[in-house]
Design a protein around this ligand. Structure first.
Ligand SMILES: CCCCCCCCCCCCCCCC(=O)SCCNC(=O)CCNC(=O)[C@H](O)C(C)(C)COP(=O)(O)OP(=O)(O)OC[C@H]1O[C@@H](n2cnc3c(N)ncnc32)[C@H](O)[C@@H]1OP(=O)(O)O
Length: 166
């Protein structure tokens, strides 16, 4: 790879959105997440689950809900620290989330010490909680991606398709 992978950081897209690497070329969040309001350690999001992410009839797949929490919980800290990874993510599914219906998500930084961040969020519809999420984030080490690439390069693919350290 010619570019330094560790130089990568989330920067606003041409339309001013914060987007992950997969969504940046589309200049739109494919999960349906939009920032509505941001102040201090709290960010409010408007989120609409696209029908393509439905699990049961008319309701969101749980993986969509988890991915939304991964995004919003990162965004709330990314405003302070642009180089983060998720260490753990816990989601409580309280009620089904309807597709194609705006829901609100409020995310906040609960604790930040050194490289360690604790963040939480609640997804609501008309004031009723649908799901909650909680994550531990880490500020990336300076060579996080380079270290990963070096580790991956040491893995060899055997004829049966399994990996082994070389
Ligand atoms: C319009 C509005 C739209 C809004 C909406 C858009 C949102 C637009 C923003 C999107 C934002 C998305 C944001 C998603 C954010 C994620 O989802 S990031 C992807 C998921 N997370 C990961 O891949 C992290 C994988 N895990 C790790 O790298 C490591 O476990 C952690 C988390 C760095 C460990 O951190 P730690 O607990 O502080 O421990 P640490 O001492 O650093 O490392 C422990 C051990 O882990 C291993 N390790 C750590 N780092 C590495 C590494 N880089 N390589 C290999 N091994 C490693 C080592 O074995 C290390 O032990 P040592 O060899 O150093 O002794």
């Amino acid at each position: 790879m010619s570019e330094d992978p560790d130089a990568s950081a989330i920067a606003p897209s041409p339309s001013g959105r914060l987007l992950c690497g997969g969504c940046a070329p589309h200049d739109a969040c494919r999960l349906g997440v939009e920032i509505a309001d941001a102040r201090d350690d709290v960010v409010r999001f408007e989120v609409v689950c696209p029908r393509s992410w439905h699990g049961g009839p008319g309701v969101a797949h749980g993986g969509w809900t988890a991915a939304v929490f991964d995004d919003v919980l990162s965004v709330v800290a990314l405003r302070v620290e642009p180089r983060l990874v998720t260490k753990s993510l816990a989601v409580s599914y309280l009620r089904p989330v309807p597709v194609e219906r705006p829901v609100q998500v409020l995310a906040r930084i609960d604790r930040h010490v050194g490289r360690q961040w604790e963040v939480s969020a609640e997804m609501t519809l008309a004031g009723t909680a649908l799901a909650t999420g909680r994550a531990e984030l880490r500020t990336r080490h300076p060579h996080h991606f380079a270290r990963h690439e070096a580790w991956l390069a040491r893995q060899t693919l055997s004829p049966n398709g399994s990996h082994a350290e070389s």
